[in-house]
Design a protein around this ligand. Structure first.
Ligand SMILES: [Zn+2]
Length: 383
């Protein structure tokens, strides 16, 4: 995840997760993925949205009716240069409409009747003169989604049921992320590759619903809350509500940590290099969501966006200290600073101020890489 995601501002008139309606959407082992949802769960979702006044049946029905309308499937073809060239301007609309009426009215790939668009069976790119692709026998109806995921720019598309714009809301309503950072992580795990700004925009819904009466959403007020810090068998560290029962293999590293503290630690990777990390509490993933098959620490990840120019896919990597050796750790309060205390037979004990650390980690200087030195971290109150 890019580190430029701002920490979410909490407004005083907004609800926290504890204040909000817990069963906005029925939970029954759905996990993160919508493709395994039953018709009953979809029904319950819409019914609940109506029940809480998020929309009326009339509004939702109007939306569906609009998407059933095969708007412009004919005119988009009739107005294309290739069709006009082949059939003559006066004939094109009649030929196109005869074709349209003779169709089944369902997406050629998935069978949907919603958002149908005319699409070329044999793509334009396969023709030397692209206008030659425009002939009526080469046309089929596809829904918008199936049409879009055929494009080469959407290689990873179609692996889930919903489009990205719908999934943004599905994740918000169903998983109910408590922070914007976790919301972005959920979207990444879901498979979204668009820029963070899309999630930040969608997150506005969380703010709006948290002001509803009763509150339909809760946004974590990190700095006013305490957390237990948990380390999992993967090495990943997450935060959870104070006193949470831990599953096997998970260890409570700290209890009742104020949300304005930083977790600072030194960890060593497989290359035996030591790095210093500092995680503000609001940046540490919560492990309190129902993620189905995914482990509770699934959100302890960092995200690197895809490089579309170089054709590199997005990269999701686990946060340190996953798959690393955690050497030492300390909590740092806002009015504290970190120093290294270097123990050495020749030099005695020496204090060295810690370099500014980030959530990406800072490689320690050579003297601290030397394994003969004992590394300690201690916090010192500034005067
Ligand atoms: Zn389709």
């Amino acid at each position: 995840m890019s580190s430029n995601i701002p920490s979410d501002t909490h407004f005083s008139d907004e609800a926290t997760p504890q204040d909000s309606v817990k069963d906005l959407v029925p939970k029954s082992g759905f996990g993160l993925h919508d493709e395994v949802w039953s018709e009953k769960q979809w029904f319950e979702l819409i019914r609940t949205l109506v029940g809480y006044g998020i929309g009326t049946w009339q509004e939702f029905a109007a939306l569906i009716l609009g998407h059933l309308n095969p708007s412009q499937t004919g005119t988009s073809l009739a107005s294309s240069e290739g069709f006009k060239r082949r059939y003559g301007k006066g004939n094109t609309m009649r030929i196109v409409m005869e074709w349209a009426y003779s169709q089944t009215g369902q997406c050629g790939d998935c069978g949907s009747r919603l958002e149908l668009q005319a699409d070329h069976i044999k793509g334009k790119a396969q023709f030397e003169d692209q206008l030659d692709a425009d002939y009526i026998e080469n046309m089929t109806l596809l829904c918008r989604r199936c049409n879009v995921i055929r494009r080469t720019s959407h290689k990873l598309g179609g692996q889930t049921y919903l489009t990205a714009e719908s999934a943004l809301m599905w994740i918000l309503f169903v998983i109910k992320p408590r922070t914007l950072v976790d919301y972005c992580r959920l979207c990444r795990i879901y498979g979204m590759t668009m820029s963070d700004i899309r999630m930040q925009e969608a997150w506005a819904m969380a703010h709006w619903l948290s002001r509803n009466d009763p509150p339909l959403f809760g946004i974590e007020d990190d700095s006013k809350t305490h957390y237990d810090l948990i380390q999992w068998s993967s090495g990943s560290i997450t935060r959870a509500d104070v006193g949470t029962t831990l599953p096997n293999g998970a260890v409570r590293v700290y209890e009742r940590v104020p949300g304005d503290h930083c977790l600072t630690f030194v960890a060593m990777g497989n290359d035996r290099r030591k790095k210093l990390y500092s995680y503000p509490m609001h940046w540490i993933a919560l492990s309190t969501y129902d993620l189905g098959d995914l482990p509770p620490y699934a959100l302890a990840i960092r995200y690197t966006p895809p490089d579309r120019k170089k054709g590199k896919p997005q990269r999701i990597t686990l946060h340190a200290p996953a798959n690393m050796t955690l050497l030492s750790h300390k909590l740092v309060a806002p009015d504290e600073k970190l120093v290294f205390q270097r123990a050495d037979d020749l030099l005695g004990r020496e204090r060295v101020e810690a370099p500014p650390s980030t959530n990406k980690g800072v490689l320690l200087s050579k003297s601290f890489q030397n394994l003969d030195f004992t590394l300690e971290i201690e916090t010192v109150r500034t005067p």
